[in-house]
Design a protein around this ligand. Sequence first.
Ligand code: PEP
Ligand code: MG
Length: 755
Amino acid sequence: MLNFLRKITQEVNAAQGLPDALNLVVERICEFMNVEAVSIYLLDEAGKNFLLIASKGFKPGSDGKISIKKEQGLIGLVAQREEPINLEEAQAHEKYVYFKKTGEEIYKAFLGVPIIHQRKVLGVMVAQQREKRKFDENEESLMLTVSAQLAGLIAHAKAQGGFEGIKRAVKGKQSKQIKGIPGAPGVAIGEAVPSYALADLDAVPNREVEDTEKEIEIFNDALSLARDEIKVLSKRLQGSLPEEEQALFDAYLKILDNESLGVEVITLIKQGNWAQGALRDVIKQHVRHYEEMDDEYLRERAADLRDLGRRVLTYLQAEEQATPDYPDQIILVGSEITAAKLAEIPREKLVGIVSARGSSNSHAAILARSMGIPTVMGAVDLPLANIKGQQLIVDGYHGKVYISPSATLHREFQRLMREEKELYDGLEALQTEQAVTPDGHHLPLLVNAGLAADIPSSLDVGAEGVGLYRTEVPFMIRDRFPSEKEQQQIYRQLLEAFSPRPVIMRTLDVGGDKALPYFSIKEENPFLGWRGLRLTLDHPEIFLVQIRAMLLASSGLNNLGIMIPMVTSISEMLEAKKLIQQAYEEVSEEDPQIEQPKIGAMIEVPSAVYQAEDFAVECDFLSVGSNDLTQYLLAVDRNNSRVANIYDSLHPAVLQALIQVVSSAHAQGKQASVCGEMAGDPASAILLLAMGYNTLSMNATSLASVKWVIRSFTLKQAQDLLAKALLLKDPNAIRDLLNHALEEAGLGGLVRAGK
Ligand code: PEP
Ligand code: MG
């Protein structure tokens, strides 16, 4: 606790002005005490009202707007008693009042301490938590100690600019910083455009309604369209349904009546929520009610209600979708960002992405990196409900998002963006240069592809081929499996564009976090389940169609390689090879020009590392999928933001595995490459060069940076750094070593904002 107090004192003293200091205090206390909300109220000049000045865990935009009479509620009671009030369940107290705008009604536990300076109460600081519990003595004394420290600061600020000065400063400064995980490097400034799954009531955010009358009109229109739809359905089924089932439609129409569902939703709209949010609340409440019923028949009606709600929602969202009014600089924010959602947004306007879920190795982040869009993942505190239209800064290097940044911060990031552009413009000159170290070692750099849009940009950056083509993207953006012909066309485009350079196509790797909308897989442990080769071996009809399409597409070009994902045992590899041979025999009868492709195994599970040499015997090449290999070696879900801090491909165990793979391949005279994200990480690339990997494959946007690294470090320097890295036991120490080497070589701009 002493350390915490010392640190917070230093930070508060260094803060710029009182609002900054108070925001910092609420943040830090929340973190340290592990509570969900901390708020600070100050008494106004006249001594009549408390104003909410800073908060964490309340709805955004509450600060500076909530005012409570001096003697009102528990805040008033703390001030009046001039001592802490510690309640297990605040709601049970007779003085309890809450402000809907803050969203604080969800918190039960309450600890309020007065902020007193020279015997005068200046304000109240409160900690709150959902869980019903009493705060302990340590927590009380921590709050009291911090509040005593704040008292002096507040008194000083009041003396300087009066209470009005503080209020103005707070109102002018509603900016907020959210910590997430670096997803894709770069910095972006733009306007928040929320993304949420359509026709999904659970995904609907709250939104303050601007024009109540108009919102009611929109809702009434949607309701009447949903009623028309039910009438059409009912007519269509007349005669083919028994009478009692037919009667259900009448019941649905009654529910969708203006007098029933309508009234309830409109009441909520009048209370300030938009139609979609109001509809969500009403439907959910009724669904809960039905679900609790004893009668099974009635319980099942909950599903009907949900369905009716979804129908109305679809009409409400139709208008939104038809006329998307996009700002020029879009920062797409959402609880989860999908490939389909990304495809909807005009590419030229999309400058940044923030996702509340996921981690740096989630496929959404990989996609964002391949598009070169600065991204922050795992920003769990993102205030999705109120974010629309707010200005955001995305710092993809540090995984930070700034909401409504101050003018100073804005200027600083504009400067960093300018510098970054200069740096990358400079790197363009390297496009025509080879990736050769100063001592003459050539390390071919290939690209990872998956989007059609990748092709021109990959060729522009001077890639020596495609080291990983993720075939699942064309499967994901359709509503069914693509046909052999469709696949053949897509593959041909890529093979032709890169010919004579090699193109390594990976067979379908769905499962894990890559779902096909039309092929649902529900598993407890999807990453340890039915994914990659395991799934396609169970469905040879899907596998064979894909291989045939690849082979047919390669006719006359002879630059195709086929790579197998998620292979765990040699027997699986042999089975895959057998199917490839079968497909080859079939297609070569149709077209004798088609040649045998090179076949490789992806080394991405620990068993394949131990058996790398056996795989090398069976294959033409090995390619390390370091994203999955890291996840499986460290037992850290690559998608889980909670454990993202321990997911690190520079972990000494991963480095040892990488060395084992490359030496196993070489022992059998085969080539080894890395196609996971670490190949595109400038720091890691130094080590992969030193280990002797034959090629590296990465996102097109990383290629210039890695080429710069290869052209800046001799093989000998890289080997010395690897030797030093292997003595270190901690991934952070290894990263520091490499980042330091990059800074020393003048390449620091590759691993942080600015030049
Ligand atoms: C990997 O796992 O490193 C890899 C390249 O495949 P993906 O990221 O598509 O799982
Ligand atoms: Mg993988």
